[in-house]
Design a protein around this ligand. Structure first.
Ligand SMILES: C[C@@]1(CC(=O)O)c2cc3[nH]c(cc4nc(cc5[nH]c(cc(n2)[C@H]1CCC(=O)O)[C@@](C)(CC(=O)O)[C@@H]5CCC(=O)O)C(CC(=O)O)=C4CCC(=O)O)c(CCC(=O)O)c3CC(=O)O
Ligand SMILES: NC(=O)C1=CN([C@@H]2O[C@H](COP(=O)(O)OP(=O)(O)OC[C@H]3O[C@@H](n4cnc5c(N)ncnc54)[C@H](O)[C@@H]3O)[C@@H](O)[C@H]2O)C=CC1
Length: 209
């Protein structure tokens, strides 16, 4: 299953169980997005501990091994210990309590998993191999995003600005959706035009050969 969502984790209580390199990466990305992070582990990396200096009360630690009681106040859980069997058990414990859990050892036995992401010109690009080739997905996504046309991206920024203005300034829902639809159609027509010009050019190249 792969149901794509953008999760707003701001002020959510995330419990990360384990303090190794995977836990460190996940703590960093959750904190960046405004979540409150609690790390439960007997020990953690220096890098993870150093995040306390940046995020202060947004991050705290419980220096202990996993026990079910610690799930109590969590909105979501990352099971990131070095023991895949324990990570699976944590996922089951979360299931019973209806807490969303990411089991980092097994994307299939997880309620959610992370995607590779790249941001460019205010657009977020996400990709997932659903656990098939996690280390490669990000590399491929970077390549894809680098190949995008700069002009097209700038065009999209302008589009987003106009769209925001329409949403803010046009009160009538009917007029607003008509204008948004027109804006979208104009942008698509512009894109189609550019495609046909590019294709004509290609056609020309072929004939020229
Ligand atoms: C299912 C998932 C669950 C989840 O964690 O959400 C999962 C599972 C596993 N990853 C494993 C390995 C690696 N994962 C990475 C990196 C990332 N992994 C991430 C997501 C996911 N990893 C989810 C699926 C996403 C997808 O498929 O697209 C990213 C996107 C996000 C993040 O973790 O923050 C981040 C990319 C950052 C970027 O894009 O730059 C690297 C590279 C590195 O560390 O540098 C390696 C080593 C190389 C390799 O093995 O490929 C293993 C084997 C562990 C073992 O050795 O046993 C498992 C377990 C299994 O095999 O199921
Ligand atoms: N999803 C992903 O992106 C990736 C997942 N993995 C998987 O993630 C897992 C963790 O990998 P690393 O962070 O590299 O491991 P690591 O060995 O660096 O860290 C493991 C952490 O778990 C803690 N821990 C061990 N037993 C515990 C317990 N009973 N309760 C609480 N904490 C406990 C340890 O103190 C340590 O901080 C591995 O099982 C591996 O298969 C590995 C690479 C990438």
């Amino acid at each position: 299953m792969a149901y794509g969502v953008i999760l707003n984790v701001e002020n959510m209580a995330a419990l990360i169980i384990g303090g190794g390199s995977v836990a460190t990466r996940k703590a960093g990305s959750l904190l960046r997005e405004g979540a409150r992070v609690r790390v439960l582990a007997p020990a953690c990396t220096r890098e993870l501990q150093a995040l306390e200096g940046i995020y202060g009360e947004g991050l705290d630690f419980i220096w202990d091994e996993y026990r079910i009681e610690y799930l109590k106040e969590a909105d979501l859980v990352i099971a990131a210990t070095s023991d895949p069997i324990l990570n699976g058990k944590i996922h089951e414990d979360c299931r019973e309590r209806r807490i969303w859990c990411n089991n980092v050892s097994d994307g299939q036995a997880s309620d959610f998993s992370n995607m590779s992401s790249v941001e460019r010109s205010g657009l977020f690009f996400f990709a997932s191999s659903k656990g098939g080739s996690p280390g490669q997905t990000g590399e491929l996504l970077k390549e894809l995003v680098e190949a995008l046309d700069e002009e097209r991206l700038i065009g999209l920024e302008t589009y987003a600005k106009i769209r925001r203005r329409i949403r803010e300034e046009v009160d009538s829902p009917k007029d607003r959706s008509k204008m948004l639809k027109e804006l979208s159609e104009t942008a698509t027509a512009g894109l189609n035009h550019r495609f046909s010009v590019a294709l004509e050019g290609e056609d020309h190249d072929h004939k020229g050969r």
